[in-house]
Design a protein around this ligand. Structure first.
Ligand SMILES: [Ca+2]
Ligand SMILES: [Ca+2]
Length: 142
């Protein structure tokens, strides 16, 4: 489980939960799932199921903040096996916080890579104050 920052834009952090063995039946067994919970409502904001059997979507999770600046926080989820079942190449998927649509996917490139088995968001610290204070243009300067 991981903190998703604020997915629904209400100013309160939400929760990401992985259900990596979710799924039954030959087509979807252990496809995995990601559930985004609103702490306030106590109910899921999004439920995303893996696309293939044994994918184990949700084995790792990370809140990314609002990447596209629409007020909803994006989040990433790893899969132990990728959706194409390339013998455990693995994958990382980034989902839009607004409608949980897939924004980007990074696939492992080699058999057994298991890319996405662990995930962490890099620091979001910015240096905006440094750049905003360096404009010496005053009145009358041309
Ligand atoms: Ca929230
Ligand atoms: Ca967003």
């Amino acid at each position: 489980m991981a903190t998703a920052r604020d997915v629904d834009g209400d100013g309160i952090p939400d929760l990401l939960a992985g259900a990596l063995n979710q799924g039954t039946g030959i087509q979807l067994i252990d496809r995995g799932a990601v559930v985004v919970f609103s702490i306030v409502a106590g109910s899921p904001l999004h439920v995303i199921g893996g696309g293939a059997a044994y994918q184990h979507l949700g084995i790792s999770l990370a809140g990314l903040g609002d990447i596209n600046k629409d007020g909803y926080g994006e989040f990433a989820a790893g899969s132990y096996f990728d959706s194409a079942l390339l013998a455990g190449a693995g994958a990382i998927q980034i989902f839009d916080g607004y409608n949980a649509s897939l924004m980007a996917q990074i696939d492992g490139s080699n058999l057994g890579d298991h890319l996405g088995a662990a995930l962490a968001a890099a620091s979001a610290t910015t240096t905006a104050t440094a750049s905003s204070s360096s404009s010496p243009a005053g009145p009358g300067s041309m």
